[in-house]
Design a protein around this ligand. Structure first.
Ligand code: GLC
Length: 543
């Protein structure tokens, strides 16, 4: 197994990427239409979030059929065209496998509800009376994690929405079905997979109340998870392919286990600790400015720790579940361009495989929605209610959503200054961010100083420099919260990457021998080694 060290992945949320038929929803032909844009950017793989038949209660993460295309996104033929056309441009497709749960509309769950014992064993049904769920666990989207089915006199587990029923991985028949799905897509020419919340698949032998939390300690990185992943990879025949697991509340030790090539599990993992540094007391819905010391400490721990264990990180700031990085960690007003570039360079030059989420390469910002009617996400709508029940005013709840909602990452891709940012000729399923008229691909592609051109350079640099792909990494200045700094080196080359995480000038004491080093990359026109870094400046030096 290899780590795909020279590759860069681009994440597409098809619903919001490009609408080819004017119905307001992005679709697969829309992705095909933009392949030249993606090839010119230089990315190697496209991870497409789910486009399978789904009631869309959780925007496609509630899958009703793993082997088909939802008509609202196109046809199987459209997908085959996309695979072929991407391949012609040297781009591979990665599909998003939601294997922790299915939609309650999936045929398996329907047959379970109809009383078929075989399919009840595909899920986590427990006997019980209607008054008391089997445990006190809490769903990740709010409310209890169990739902009662009166006709069966049983409860079923759903760690996410009530329409997302958790699969019973203890059942070998379930594991065999899932491996067959991988074989099916591999046969279609799919080159890799992203596995949704895959560290939650292994549940405990007995279900008991959690007197200390929401239940996650019983099923996160659960007892059989490594064995199940090894089996899935072997039985699915995907050992040589690029794979990434989304790991919820995971540990470094487990992520080493998931990605050490010797274990034949996954190529790399997404972990989220660095995206919780602005959660007050760990609560996503309690606002706080990012804690930069913690951010730096987490990068150092995960980068150096994965290196020591021969593991491999997926590098990312943004995805369809996260607010936009420039709005969150940068300054989207005064230093929009500088901070968008700095954030990109900060992770692209680290050890791991970078992921770019659609529009990040343009510096797309949060949506800045001001009314609840603008939101679509089930989690946001639930928490709008919960926050007010907990005593927030409506205005406060809206302010919290404006900062934390997943919809910030789901607004339409901004292609040009036309209506709906060029995303659709119809009415978009979700509104365009308020920066749609100024931040868009048409303005950036031909501009050598744009955020887009900077990302293009970052991708090209990874291909040119082995030291970026496979060099070692060590972090510097642990006690300075303003300055994220690391060294990369191999037998030939050495890089020093310095990032000012703030909007003010910060002093830097360059380590010995770097005063006359060459500039590999910077986000200010006259970049040079010196005694200070300007607001949000990034400087990559080489020697
Ligand atoms: C992952 C997905 C998210 C989804 C959840 C449940 O976190 O990224 O969008 O809601 O899993 O499938």
């Amino acid at each position: 197994m290899e780590h795909f060290q020279d590759k860069v992945v681009y994440q597409i949320y098809p619903k919001s990427f490009f609408d080819s038929n004017g119905d307001g929803l992005g679709d697969l032909p829309g992705v095909t239409a933009k392949l030249d844009y993606l090839r010119d950017l230089g990315v190697d793989y496209l991870w497409l979030t789910p486009f399978f038949p789904s009631p869309q209660r959780d925007n496609g993460y509630d899958v009703a059929d793993y082997r088909a295309v939802d008509p609202r996104f196109g046809t199987m033929q459209d997908l085959e065209t996309l695979i072929r056309e991407a391949d012609r441009r040297g781009i591979g497709l990665m599909l998003d496998m939601v294997f922790n749960h299915t939609s309650t509309e999936h045929a398996w769950f329907r047959r379970a509800l109809a009383g078929e014992k075989k399919y009840q064993d595909y899920y986590l049904f427990r006997e019980g009376g209607p008054d008391k769920p089997p445990t006190n666990w809490v769903s990740k989207f709010g409310g209890p994690a169990w739902q009662y089915v009166p006709a069966l006199g049983k409860w079923y587990l759903h760690l996410f929405d009530v329409t997302q029923a958790d699969l019973n991985w203890e059942n070998p028949a379930v594991r065999a079905e899932l491996a067959e799905i991988l074989r099916f897509w591999k046969g279609k020419g799919i080159k890799g997979f992203r596995f949704d919340v895959v560290n939650l698949i292994s549940k405990p032998a007995a279900f008991v109340d959690d007197d200390r939390g929401d239940g996650r300690r019983f099923y996160t990185d659960g007892r059989n998870v490594h064995r199940y992943l090894q089996e899935l990879v072997a039985a699915g025949g995907i050992g040589g392919m690029i794979t990434v697991g989304e790991m919820s509340s995971t540990t470094l030790e487990n992520c080493i286990g998931y990605t050490d090539p010797a274990n034949h599990e996954l190529t790399m993992t997404f972990s989220f600790h660095h995206l919780k540094v602005d959660y007050k007391n760990g609560d996503k819905w309690a606002l706080m400015p990012p804690d930069r010391s913690q951010l730096k400490a987490l990068f150092a721990r995960w980068q150096e720790g994965m290196q020591a264990g021969n593991g491999w990180n997926a590098l990312f700031w943004c995805n369809h579940d996260q607010p936009r990085a420039v709005s969150r960690f940068g300054d989207e007003g005064r230093y929009w361009k500088e901070s968008a570039k700095m954030l990109g360079a900060a992770i692209h030059l680290m050890r791991g495989t970078p992921y770019i989420y659609q529009g990040e390469e343009l510096g797309m910002t949060n949506a800045h929605f001001t009314a609840i009617s603008q939101y679509r996400d089930v989690e946001s709508l639930n928490y709008y209610r919960i926050l007010q029940q907990q005593g927030e005013t409506e205005a406060q709840a809206l302010e919290t959503l404006a900062r934390r909602s997943r919809d910030n990452g789901r607004t339409p891709m901004q292609w040009d200054a036309g209506p709906n940012a060029g995303f659709t000729t119809g009415t978009p399923w979700i509104g365009v961010a308020d920066t749609g008229k100024t931040i868009h691909a048409a303005a950036e592609v031909g501009d050598p100083d744009s955020v887009y051109s900077f990302y293009k350079r970052l991708i090209a640099l990874r291909k040119e420099r082995r030291v970026i792909q496979s060099g070692r990494i060590a972090f510097l200045f642990p006690d300075n919260p303003d300055l994220l700094a690391y060294r990369r080196w191999d037998a030939q080359d050495e890089l020093l990457v310095l990032c000012n995480l703030t909007g003010h000038t910060v002093p830097v004491a360059l380590p010995g021998g770097w005063q006359n080093a060459g500039v590999l990359l910077g986000n200010y026109p006259d970049a040079a080694p010196g005694k200070t870094l300007r607001p949000y400046e990034v400087l990559a030096l080489e020697r």
